[in-house]
Design a protein around this ligand. Structure first.
Ligand SMILES: C[S@@+](CC[C@H](N)C(=O)[O-])C[C@H]1O[C@@H](n2cnc3c(N)ncnc32)[C@H](O)[C@@H]1O
Length: 240
């Protein structure tokens, strides 16, 4: 699917998002770590620590991509873990990483859309999505799906990039995200605009206040919001 590298991705056009991730899958991990200075690894670790009370439970990772959040979640010794994504090339990268993993037999990869999960109500103790919900065409629908498949008292976790607000850091972030990041991303991924789309999609993502409101509308309670690294990423936790 990498034959369309110049397509303009937009959450309003899920097929363009799917094509984009299929195209950048081979360089996705490397660029993630490089462009975030390795912070993405720390953020996923922090996110999984916040699910400690669900240790041993069943976990669903939505928009799991190349699987780094799922692999971190294996530290919670889940009874089973299902990882989903609609970009099959991303899931193939994940599949390769699972080879030789000690707990790989409890992981199932499922290609599906986050807005229509093929799982029964109340199937999981925790559902989570990292750096994915920003790309979904209908966020409230995806939050409702995350909640629907949770058991009562289950937890949903959303880890998402955000734009820092503090004066000096926000200036630095603007220059970095508008100039450096698209340039490095384009050179390494060979995709014309995936990494120009990235800061754009972050800027258009709801702020913490608005996202809390969306979670409440989807039916979540006990909502916790944890800003990370001057607000460059945010963890949202909500309970069914
Ligand atoms: C930025 S990657 C994040 C991958 C992974 N969660 C991580 O922590 O690195 C976003 C992923 O969301 C997936 N995605 C976007 N929209 C989706 C949708 N509607 N349904 C399923 N997956 C989707 C993409 O295919 C991509 O793999």
């Amino acid at each position: 699917m990498s034959e369309h590298p110049s397509v303009n991705a937009s959450p309003h056009d899920p097929q363009s998002i799917q094509r984009m991730f299929n195209a950048i899958a081979p360089t996705y991990d490397m660029l993630n770590h490089l462009l975030s200075f390795g912070l993405d690894i720390r953020w996923r670790k922090r996110a999984i620590r916040s699910l400690e009370e669900k240790r041993g439970g069943a976990i669903l990772d939505i928009a799991a991509g190349s699987g780094d959040l799922s692999l971190e979640a294996l530290k919670l010794s889940p009874s089973y873990l299902v990882a989903t994504d609609f970009a099959e090339t991303m899931l193939q990268v994940f599949q390769k990483k699972l080879r030789g993993q000690r707990h790989s037999q409890i992981v199932n990869l499922v290609a599906c859309d986050a807005l229509s999960l093929p799982f029964a109500d109340e199937s999981f103790d925790a559902t989570m999505v990292a750096f994915g919900i920003r790309n979904f065409a209908d966020r409230i629908k995806s939050l409702r799906e995350m909640r629907r498949v949770l058991k009562p008292r289950g937890l949903s976790l959303i880890l998402e990039l955000s734009a820092p607000k503090a004066p000096f850091v926000s200036q630095l972030y603007k220059v970095y995200s508008r100039v450096m990041l698209p340039l490095l991303g384009k050179i390494i991924s060979k995709h014309n605009n995936a990494y120009a789309y990235l800061p754009d999609s972050i800027a258009k993502f709801p702020d913490q206040h608005e996202f809390r409101r969306l979670m409440e509308e989807a039916g979540f309670a006990e909502i916790h919001i944890m800003p990370l690294t001057f607000g460059a990423a945010t963890i949202y936790l909500g309970r069914k």
